[in-house]
Design a protein around this ligand. Structure first.
Ligand code: PEP
Ligand code: CO
Length: 449
């Protein structure tokens, strides 16, 4: 931790990607109110996640970090939260069953409301508008009024995060995630597909294994791990006023924790070493992620490791590479070598989404599942070549039957994109594509053990 760090020292640094709030008095009022609200997570939980991620850093577990690109204030429902959770649970089952490696489940959920943008403005139908920055900041509507940053949205984001987290806790501890329900996680539109049937075969195998253990006299009812799931929350810590307002001193240790989520990450556009985001996150005790794009140099990445994890705590820092399928092989290996040589115990995770985004002829922003899978393959290849552990994947997905990414077993084409293109921001894998991806990763993982 930096010597003179406080929750507000980031304010002395250049902070990019912050909204221009029209009424700073209104913003201050909201932040003051937020700072009196209960924490969404506890410091002890964040420490438990760091320790679990330490297992990933040591090559003993695998991380699946997944969820929306941007959560929405509008499509907020119990069903949507349940469906996202169940596709993540399905992916984890596929990975664990096929590779024998424990899987850590972290959602991009319950707080993922703010988006970095490459430009402050965008042109829509000839009109220049302030960019949409996520529902925590403004509305996606295409009028100047809708795009005005409104600080009361920070309060809505807090409340929606609280109820999302509450439901996730209920689902994961209250029976929904019970391993005996492994069949029920397969949604109808998935179950009827090739990937769905492949999943059913695994679910049958789990059933048989449980019946076998029961027949051996093992009391399955007494084993909590079969009935409950650890599920963690994360989001990009972008709007620093919000994050600061939810940062609290842990009464047990005296350390500071950002209690807006278990894990926070720094985006590709905000990871400047002397910038506000790195300063802020360097001082909180939560496990951190940092995106690493194709132009990142080994020196930059080592600088981030030193700054964000000077004490070299295993699991404290996850480097989430997002290079693009073409750049991964050459881009990643020098970084793996430099970080390993410097002795930093990081988790390496592969975000195969953000380096593979392009605009299709239809004008839709999309990604092809083949490119996503190619980047993951390149990620595993680079790790095998360097003798390091491919620790996890970081993906944008939804439990819904959307048509946002191309390809997959159902072969979504550019012409299909407009039928159910529902994302608030980047194109997400649908439940079938997500499962497809999990099977592919499971094969690579099994081979790298
Ligand atoms: C994201 O994860 O949605 C994102 C904006 O990623 P990156 O910072 O890697 O571009
Ligand atoms: Co995104």
């Amino acid at each position: 931790m930096a010597q003179h760090w406080t929750p507000s020292t980031w304010q002395e640094r250049p902070s990019v990607q912050q909204p221009t709030w029209p009424d700073t008095a209104a913003l201050d009022q909201v932040l003051k109110e937020l700072s009196t609200y209960p924490p969404l997570v506890f410091a002890g939980e964040a420490r438990a996640l760091t320790s679990a991620l330490g297992g990933v850093a040591a090559g003993k577990a695998f991380l699946v970090q997944a969820g929306d690109c941007a959560e929405s204030f509008e499509s907020f429902s119990a069903d949507a939260i349940r469906d996202k959770l169940r596709v993540i649970l399905q992916m984890a089952v596929v990975l664990t069953y096929s590779s024998g490696v424990p899987v850590l489940k972290v959602g991009r959920i319950a707080g993922q409301f703010a988006k970095p943008r490459s430009s402050d403005t965008e042109v829509v139908d000839g009109l220049t508008l302030p960019s949409f920055r996520g529902h925590m900041v403004n509305d996606s509507g295409t009028t100047d009024e809708a795009r005005q940053p409104d600080p009361t949205r920070l309060l809505t984001a807090y409340h929606q995060s609280a109820s999302t987290l509450n439901l996730l806790r209920a689902f994961t501890k209250g029976g929904f995630a019970d391993l005996s329900r492994v069949h029920a996680w397969n949604q109808e539109f998935v179950a009827s597909s090739k990937e769905g049937r492949r999943y059913e075969a695994i679910a049958d195998g789990i059933d048989r294994a449980m019946r076998f253990m029961e027949a051996c006299g093992i009391d399955l009812g007494a084993e909590a791990r079969l009935h409950q799931v650890e599920f963690w929350t994360s989001h990009e810590a972008l709007i620093l006023g919000y994050e600061q307002a939810l940062t609290r001193e842990d009464s047990l240790t005296g350390d500071w924790y950002d209690c807006s989520a278990h894990m926070l990450w720094i985006g590709e556009r905000t990871r400047a070493l002397d910038g506000a985001h790195v300063e802020f996150l360097s001082g909180v005790g939560n496990p951190l992620g940092c995106k690493v794009g194709p132009r990142a140099t080994a020196d930059e990445v080592l600088g981030l490791c030193e700054r964000l994890n000077p004490e070299r705590v295993p699991g404290r820092l996850t480097l989430i590479t997002r290079m693009g399928a073409d750049a991964i092989e050459d881009g990643l290996r020098p970084l793996l070598r430099a970080v390993t040589d410097a002795g930093h115990p990081v988790v390496w995770a592969c975000d195969p989404m953000h380096g593979n985004t392009y605009t299709a002829p239809s004008g839709r922003k999309t990604r092809h599942l083949d490119a996503v899978l190619a980047e993951i393959k390149g990620f595993f290849d680079a790790h095998r070549a360097e003798g390091t552990w491919p620790g996890g994947v970081h993906v944008e997905l939804t439990g819904d039957d959307v048509t946002e990414c191309l390809g997959g077993a159902e072969e979504i084409l550019d012409a299909d994109l407009s039928s159910r293109y529902e994302t608030m921001c980047d194109p997400r894998l649908n439940a079938r594509q997500s499962l497809d991806l999990a099977f592919r990763v499971a094969e690579l993982l099994a081979a790298s053990r």
